[in-house]
Design a protein. Structure first.
Length: 267
């Protein structure tokens, strides 16, 4: 892990310190400069939990990644600066899916004067650190919420229009075997939505962009807009211009993306 290369990648200037100001700048910088994307899953390329693999892909190669890569890289960077990071086993949409969701997300908290939930791996998740205590928190135009559940779990409630509306976690050390097992399932099982769909997200100071299949959505203070991508060339250009992912070979995914859209929506 080369910290200076990571800081350059996310546009961080100055000397980072293990404090809340730096933590906030790092989280925002990561989200604005590194896209969430699952394109390697679409290509059938193996994705691991190894943070060095994430560094090589997201920093050296200028790509994006999904939760295990994004939060794995973020954890390594924070620890290099001197933050006390606690990785935990998360469960996106456990409220709807039950125990089968456990392990489908890597969750991080950081210990400062209090505990903060930090996350750069949910796609359209929180933009800034959130104190790990019950309550509602306003970030840009979105209202996010932390809830303590009766069974010892915490639940993060995302914005009501988010792709993933919640995730759960417990303040226990990460179960890396379970995370690895679920990481493998999510990238290989035909029932996984990450196998079924090409997905990209990116934060900007004023909006969140989401590209799911051939539908490009923009979420902002003004509301939600969407448009369809109409060709392989437009798809590649959108990845580059909107998400900062320069990947000409993504044109090879277009036939499957368009076919999936027709199967779901008939056009």
């Amino acid at each position: 892990m080369n910290l200076s290369s990571y800081l350059d990648r996310i546009g961080f200037t100055g000397q980072p310190q293990a404090d809340l100001v730096t933590l906030r700048r790092l989280q925002i910088g990561h989200l604005e400069h590194i896209a969430y994307e699952n394109l390697d899953v679409q290509f059938g390329r193996r994705v691991t939990l190894n943070p060095q693999d994430a560094f090589d892909k997201l920093v050296i190669s200028g790509r994006g990644g999904w939760c295990y890569e994004m939060n794995g890289l973020f954890r390594s960077a924070l620890e290099s600066i001197g933050f006390h990071v606690v990785p935990m086993t998360g469960a996106v949409m456990r409220a709807q899916r039950g125990p089968s969701a456990v392990g489908n997300h890597l969750v991080l908290t950081v210990e400062l004067e209090q505990t903060y939930l930090v996350d750069v791996g949910l796609g359209d998740g929180p933009r800034e650190p959130i104190p790990l205590r019950e309550g509602s928190y306003q970030q840009q135009w979105r209202t996010l919420r932390i809830e303590r559940l009766d069974d010892g779990w915490w639940r993060f409630h995302n914005d009501e229009n988010a792709f993933a509306t919640s995730f759960d976690f417990r303040s226990q050390p990460a179960d890396w075997d379970l995370l690895a097992e679920k990481c493998n399932w999510l990238q290989t099982n035909p029932e996984s939505r990450f196998v079924q769909n090409a997905i990209c997200f990116r934060h900007t100071p004023d909006a969140i962009f989401a590209l799911v299949g051939r539908v490009l959505k923009t979420f902002s203070q003004e509301g939600i807009t969407e448009r369809l991508i109409n060709s392989a060339a437009e798809y590649v250009e959108t990845l580059s211009a909107t998400f900062g992912v320069r990947l000409p070979q993504a044109a090879d995914l277009w036939s499957a993306i368009a076919g999936r859209h027709r199967a779901l929506f008939g056009n």
